[in-house]
Design a protein around this ligand. Structure first.
Ligand code: BEZ
Ligand code: MG
Length: 569
């Protein structure tokens, strides 16, 4: 990139919530980034059958505990719940599920550069900032009414100075306003901060509380962005699981990791396979070495193996292979230097895999580079394979409110990829969890729950898809991506319920009027979506009845004809 860019100024419009990729744009090609807002957030709300169900539940909850009327209503509730794919759940649990769905934050459409939020969108945004004080809300309200992005682009093009700004999610970091500034990331010496360590320990405990047994090995996916936005929260989670803390030198600079005593820890040290995105590896070399040191110290600690699973697994590997303990203690894996991603997303996107184990192959080929305490990478496929066979839990934190696990293809590329690799290495599935700290004290959901929540609050929610459809072809493309990413989770984890595909088909393909609308806006994406749903059936991720299948096939044919017609013109 240095040679290609030469002396050319590089002015790069960037989403204000993406400091990690923005840092890469600077390093690779000297970019001056000009931040722009992300779409306004809104509460999902409820719609159609979910609203009817909530009405009935509200009445049910207000009724006398043992009246006949209540029993009757309970029958209706069961029917209504079944109709929205929430069968066999108690009314109290249903109530909690509905509240969670109603309250989930979703992006409302797309942001248009230089166009401030509408009054209504701004008001809704402020209403969900329920944690902020009055002064902050007033400041955000005023800043969101200013237009600063187009002016910044013009100033950059006139070679004027562009002021720096930290990157982050507006809901958590209001300092990102005003937009139209040059993004910077973090102080690499201070991460993880004391706050991140405290919160990381809490979130690690939440994961342990959610899983039904103490896991021996957790596979934790670490990205740059989730860490940068939380000053190292997920890094601190990894340390907490292993029973370690960061060590800082007398200048307060990160210098390594230390063990907490087993006495203070009060539980065994959990083995953690840390898989870094290529971006993490590039942006956080100090933390990469620190995590390797933490694992190494665990493996070498003179402690009983029933209280130290890192040591137990490292010693077993030494026994099996005859390698030395420093090699057996390697737990930080990523791509080869200069490489990014596992390619699982590309294989899914282009339907270029046969058996799902091919996804495990791609993942392992790309991610089997072990990073040691010296920060150097060495290819070690055998060690990764052996560690994968021990994994009980695979886990990743959501990096922002805007991007769900079905919004972009990177989550199933990283977490899905490792889950599939574990399944093959171990011969059985690991539990897969998503950590969501985007609001409140944090929540750990199973992947299945997360996909269901996003399907209800986003994909099938008119408030979500109508917001996107206002943006024409790009909106349809994003809906189609949502469907493809959903299938990515089926391919990698099998944790998508069949109703998800059924409802996606009904909403976007089998509904004649909607299909025509989407096809007029973006015939290519519409055709891809119909074919993706058929592909999901071919791969046995759902089994529609014959009538649904025939209708879906007819629709796909019609969409293809329409595309060919356009090509012929
Ligand atoms: C990261 O920040 O590490 C990341 C960003 C986008 C895709 C994958 C990883
Ligand atoms: Mg990209």
């Amino acid at each position: 990139p240095d040679r290609l860019i030469g002396e050319m100024p590089n002015i790069y419009l960037y989403a204000s919530n993406n400091p990690s990729e923005a840092s890469l744009a600077k390093r690779r090609s000297g970019a001056v980034t000009i931040t722009h807002l992300t779409p306004p957030l809104a509460a999902s709300g409820l719609y159609k059958g979910l609203l009817d169900l909530k009405d009935s539940l509200t009445r049910w909850r207000a009724m006398e505990k043992d009246g006949a009327e209540r029993d009757e209503l309970q029958d209706l509730i069961a029917q209504q719940a079944d109709a929205v794919d929430l069968g066999n759940i108690s009314p109290d649990q249903l109530w909690l599920k509905l509240l969670e769905t109603e309250d989930a934050l979703i992006p409302d459409g797309l942001h248009i550069i230089g166009k401030p939020l509408s009054d209504a969108a701004r008001a809704e945004y402020l209403s969900i900032m329920d944690h902020a004080d009055e002064e902050t809300r007033a400041r955000v309200d005023a800043l969101l009414q200013q237009e600063t992005e187009l002016d910044a682009i013009c100033r950059a093009l006139s070679a004027h100075y562009i002021e720096p700004v930290p990157g982050g999610d507006l809901i958590r970091s209001t300092d990102i306003l005003p937009t139209g500034r040059n993004i910077h990331a973090f102080d690499p010496f201070r991460m993880p901060t004391a706050f991140a360590c405290q919160d990381g320990a809490k979130q690690a405990q939440l994961l342990l509380d959610t899983h039904d047994a103490v896991p021996r090995t957790v596979a934790l996916v670490l990205w740059g962005s989730d860490n940068i936005k939380s000053d190292g929260g997920p890094i601190a989670q990894a340390l907490a699981l292993m029973g370690c803390v960061p060590r800082f030198d007398s200048f307060g600079r990160l210098a390594g990791a230390d063990l907490i005593s087993l006495e203070d820890l009060g539980r065994p040290r959990i083995d953690v396979i840390m898989t870094l995105s290529g971006i993490f590896r590039d942006l956080l070399p100090l933390q990469t070495r620190m995590l390797a040191e933490a694992a190494q110290k665990c493996a070498m600690a003179d402690e009983p193996i029933e209280m130290n699973f890192v040591r137990a697994h490292a010693l077993a590997y030494v026994e099996k292979t005859g390698c030395d303990i420093t090699e057996a203690a390697l737990r930080v894996f990523s791509n080869a230097e200069g490489a990014y991603g596992s390619n699982v997303n590309q294989l899914v996107d282009s339907s270029a895999f046969g058996d799902e184990d091919e996804l495990a192959d791609a993942y392992q080929a790309r991610k089997s580079f072990a990073y040691g305490t010296d920060g150097k990478a060495s290819s070690n496929a055998a060690l990764l394979q052996s560690q994968l066979a021990e994994v009980d839990v695979a886990y990743q934190n959501l990096e922002s409110v805007e991007l769900g696990v079905t919004t972009v293809d990177h989550y199933f590329d990283t977490l899905g990829g490792i889950a599939r690799a574990v399944k093959r290495a171990k011969g059985s599935e690991a539990a897969v969890y998503i950590g969501d700290q985007t609001r409140g004290a944090g929540k750990v959901r199973t992947l299945k729950e997360q996909v269901a929540l996003e399907t209800r609050s986003r994909s099938l929610n008119p408030k979500f898809f109508e917001g996107l459809l206002k943006h024409g072809a790009e909106g349809v493309r994003q809906i189609e991506a949502q469907v493809t990413n959903t299938m990515g989770w089926s391919a990698t984890t099998g944790q998508v319920d069949p109703w998800v595909y059924q409802r996606l088909s009904e909403t976007f393909v089998l509904d004649e009027e909607m299909r025509q609308r989407l096809a007029d806006l973006n015939p290519t994406a519409s055709s891809r979506m119909a074919n993706r749903l058929l592909e999901a059936h071919d791969r046995n991720y759902w089994s529609p009845d014959a009538e649904t299948l025939a209708a879906l096939q007819d629709a796909a044919d019609a969409l293809e004809d329409q595309l060919e017609g356009i090509a012929a013109q």
